[in-house]
Design a binder for this molecule. Structure first.
Ligand SMILES: [Zn+2]
Length: 383
């Protein structure tokens, strides 16, 4: 019993193949063959004529959508988010926390740990802990009352859950280097963010295994020619993958292009940083204990500070094509193979290749999502 996707343009994303068929069996891609694929009785054929066949998108930084948030710490929240993301081409994501009390963060982590993978949506690959060990000076919309220096008892308990996958922290805080060393030994990825770390501090963190920067430009010390700041350090350290919110609001389109020029396609990760109002109408929503006003799709605290986005990852792919003059395969790379590699999942996720999970999307000529498949199962089809 195989599934054969035939007739489309296959974007692996490192290669573009015409007149090939993608063969799927038991949730995995088993082959990509020239021609229509040798269909046997019982095989399922998915025609993709006129469409692009691409790896599913991976969002490593997303708080919520469709009225729900990771911090709700309910199975319904994970389920609703998973369904919403699948409709936007996302096949895997990291539910992302924000700075909160120890108990609230533990509840959010525990919820993801026990939550089964939804049968009709994107898979969760573990938690992205955004905070609470962040700089008050660069807090953005993070609640200042919940920002604190690293506490080993607290973070060791989160790491012991087995679902902590990525942590955003300010490496200049007391105890941050020890935290990175401890987590890296357990396979946890670290990202600097909401940080004013200078270049020496960023280098020291990268020496200890930190490999990402959270929403580059936002929530970090900016560039100066006599003081490269946190951003300058991120731009020049080739070990560091830079996340970017390509909604055209958080970062000017020209600066998105500049980031991609500095980091290259293979070190830039498109993220949404989406919050619960994503997919809903303008209005007033809660982000932690703070009220957020969404107007024209832009989410802000009463102070005017941006409070997450209402961006979807498929829109980020389309935006970055326009912002930086990229082709669809180039833009897709930053939302598929690169985030997978940054999570240590190279070859298994984010690519169409034999042996990889059958996380596949079909896109029309305008790069809009037509179908989403997770682990060989179709979870979304556009009407
Ligand atoms: Zn943030």
């Amino acid at each position: 019993m195989r599934t054969i996707i035939r007739g489309g343009t296959i974007i692996t994303p490192h290669q573009t193949l015409e007149h090939h068929a993608l063969i799927i069996e038991a949730g995995r891609i088993t082959a990509i063959v020239p021609g229509p694929g040798d269909a046997q009785p019982g095989d399922t054929i998915i025609p993709a004529d006129g469409l692009s066949v691409a790896p599913g998108l991976i969002d490593v930084h997303v708080h919520g959508a469709d009225g729900y948030d990771t911090m709700d710490a309910t199975p319904e929240a994970i389920h609703a988010m998973a369904r919403y993301f699948a409709a936007h081409g996302v096949t895997a994501y990291l539910p992302t926390t924000m700075a909160a009390s120890s108990a609230d963060t533990t509840a959010a982590v525990e919820n993801v740990r026990v939550c089964p993978q939804p049968a009709d949506g994107a898979a969760h690959l573990g938690v992205h802990l955004e905070g609470p060990y962040l700089s008050i000076k660069h807090k953005g919309a993070q609640p200042p009352d919940h920002l604190r220096p690293p506490d080993p008892a607290e973070y060791n308990a989160w790491f012991a859950s087995g679902v902590a996958r990525l942590m955003t922290l300010a490496p200049e805080l007391d105890g941050a280097m020890e935290l990175i060393e401890t987590g890296v030994r357990q396979g946890i990825e670290f990202s600097l963010g909401h940080s004013g770390a200078d270049i020496d501090c960023v280098t020291a963190a990268a020496d200890r295994g930190l490999r990402q920067a959270t929403h580059a430009f936002n929530g970090m010390q900016g560039l100066h020619h006599r003081d490269p700041g946190t951003l300058g350090a991120v731009l020049v350290d080739d070990r560091i993958y830079a996340q970017i919110i390509a909604d055209g609001v958080h970062v000017h389109p020209a600066m998105v292009k500049l980031l991609i020029r500095a980091k290259g396609l293979n070190r830039t990760i498109l993220v949404t940083d989406a919050m619960r109002a994503t997919g809903l109408t303008d209005g007033t929503y809660m982000l932690g204990d703070s009220e957020v006003i969404v107007a024209g799709g832009i989410a802000r605290l009463a102070t005017g500070s941006l409070a997450g986005s209402t961006l979807t990852l498929d829109a980020a792919v389309r935006n970055v094509m326009a912002f930086a003059g990229l082709t669809l395969p180039q833009a897709l790379q930053m939302a598929t193979a690169v985030p997978a590699e940054a999570l240590g999942l190279a070859g298994r996720k984010g690519v169409l290749a034999p042996g990889a999970d059958a996380d596949v999307i079909l896109l029309d000529g305008a790069a809009q999502v037509v179908m989403t498949m997770v682990g060989g199962k179709v979870v979304y089809r556009r009407n």
